[in-house]
Design a protein around this ligand. Structure first.
Ligand code: ADP
Ligand code: PMP
Length: 306
C-alpha cells in the first residue's frame, strides 16, 4: 500500500537540511514524498553568507489549494520542520487540521525547530504558536533539549528532569516524544551523546503507561546541520514499521544517523586536511546512498529501557 508523506520544510540549493535531507532517505524506503519548501535558500544559515526566498502564508495556501482542487490531498503522514514566520506556521496548523479530518489516522511528525545550545535561531514569537497550536496536533514530537525546555518552561539538568519534561510534553498532545540530543552525562562516558524517548502505551487492562528509553550515541566533535531533519524523517519511517516499539524505532533511527555522521566526518576531515577543522561546507551531511545504508547500517546502536 502506498504511504504518502507531506513534508513542509526548507530547501537549500547546496547541502542537506530540511527537505533535502529528509526526502531521498524516505523515498529510498518506499515512501511517496510530497514536499513544500518553506524557504528556498542558497545554503543553511550556518554559513558566512546565505541568500534566498521565504514562502509566505498566502503562497502556501495557493499550493495547498492546487493539491485540494485535484483531490490529491490524502496523506498518511505530515512532517514539518524549519519555519520562521508565525502566519506561515498558523497556515500549516490549518492545513494539518483539515488533513486530519480527511484522514483521522494521519500521523503528524513535528520537529519544533526553534534553536539549540541555549539560543533561538527563529523569531521568539514562534514559541507560543508552537506550544499552543502546533504541538497539540503532533503525534510524534522531536525537540532537542533546548526546544523541550522552551516548550515546557522547565530546565533539564538530570535524567529525572528529562523524564518529567517528556511527560509534560505528552500532556500537550503527542503520544511519542523523543529528545533528540541532551547535555546529560552518558553512563558510557563523555564520548557519548544522550537521547531520550517516551511513548504512551495502553496496557491490556486499559490503563495508560509509557515506555521510556535512553540512547547513548557515539559523539563526534563537530557541529552538524540538518541532523535534526534527518532524524525526524528516519523516526517517521521506523515508527511506521514499529508503531508500538519506540525502542526499536529509535535504535534504527540512531544507527542511520551514526552511519551518516561517520561518513560525513571522514570526508570532511579529508577535505580539510591534517589538523584543520572542517568548514560548514565541508561538514554538509553525506546522504545515505541506498536502502541498505538505512536498513543494515554497519554499526547498530542499542537503547536501554528505563
Ligand atoms: N556531534 C554529534 N555527534 C554524534 N551524533 C550527532 C551529533 N550531532 C547530531 N547527531 C545526531 O543527530 C541527531 C539529531 O541531532 P540534534 O542535534 O538533536 O538535532 P537538532 O538539529 O534538531 O538540534 C542526534 O540524535 C544524533 O543522532
Ligand atoms: C535553512 C535551514 N533549514 C533547517 C535547519 C535546521 O537544521 P537542523 O536539522 O540541524 O535543526 C537550519 C538550521 N539553522 C537551516 O538553516
Amino acid at each position: 500500500m502506498e504511504c504518502r508523506v507531506l513534508s513542509i520544510q526548507s530547501h537549500v540549493v547546496r547541502g542537506y537540511v530540511g527537505n533535502k535531507s529528509a526526502t531521498f532517505p524516505l523515498q529510498v524506503l518506499g515512501f511517496e514524498v510530497d514536499s513544500i519548501n518553506s524557504v528556498q535558500f542558497s545554503n543553511h544559515t550556518g554559513y558566512a553568507h546565505w541568500k534566498g526566498q521565504v514562502l509566505t502564508a498566502e503562497e502556501l495556501n495557493v499550493l495547498y489549494e492546487g493539491i485540494k482542487l485535484n483531490q490529491v490531498n490524502r496523506y498518511d503522514y505530515i512532517l514539518t520542520g524549519y519555519s520562521r514566520d508565525s502566519s506561515f506556521l498558523e497556515t500549516v496548523v490549518d492545513i494539518i487540521q483539515e488533513l486530519k479530518k480527511a484522514n483521522p489516522s494521519l500521523v503528524y511528525v513535528c520537529d519544533p525547530v526553534m534553536g539549540d545550545h541555549g539560543a533561538m535561531y527563529v523569531p521568539e514569537y514562534l514559541l507560543p504558536v508552537y506550544r499552543d497550536k502546533v504541538v497539540p496536533l503532533a503525534d510524534i514530537l522531536t525537540p532537542n533539549q533546548f526546544e523541550a525546555e522552551l516548550l515546557t518552561g522547565r530546565k533539564i539538568t538530570t535524567e529525572e528532569d528529562a523524564l518529567e519534561v517528556m511527560d509534560l510534553l505528552h500532556k500537550l498532545g503527542p503520544e511519542t516524544v523523543v529528545l533528540t540530543s541532551t547535555d546529560l552525562p552518558s553512563k558510557r562516558g563523555d564520548q557519548f551523546l544522550v537521547a531520550l524517548g517516551s511513548q504512551n502505551i495502553v496496557k491490556a487492562d486499559g490503563t495508560k503507561t509509557s515506555q521510556k528509553i535512553c540512547m547513548d550515541m557515539p559523539k563526534v566533535d563537530a557541529v552538524f546541520v540538518g541532523t535534526g531533519d534527518l532524524f525526524a524523517a528516519m523516526l517517521l519511517a521506523w515508527t511506521h514499521h514499529h508503531p508500538k516499539d519506540l525502542k526499536a524505532a529509535c535504535e534504527k533511527t540512531a544507527s542511520v544517523m551514526h552511519h551518516v555522521i561517520r561518513r560525513t566526518m571522514t570526508y570532511a576531515n579529508e577535505m580539510a586536511g591534517p589538523g584543520k577543522r572542517p568548514s560548514p561546507a565541508q561538514l554538509e551531511l553525506r546522504m545515505v546512498q541506498s536502502k541498505a545504508d538505512i536498513e543494515n547500517p554497519a554499526v547498530v546502536l542499542e537503547a536501554r529501557v528505563l
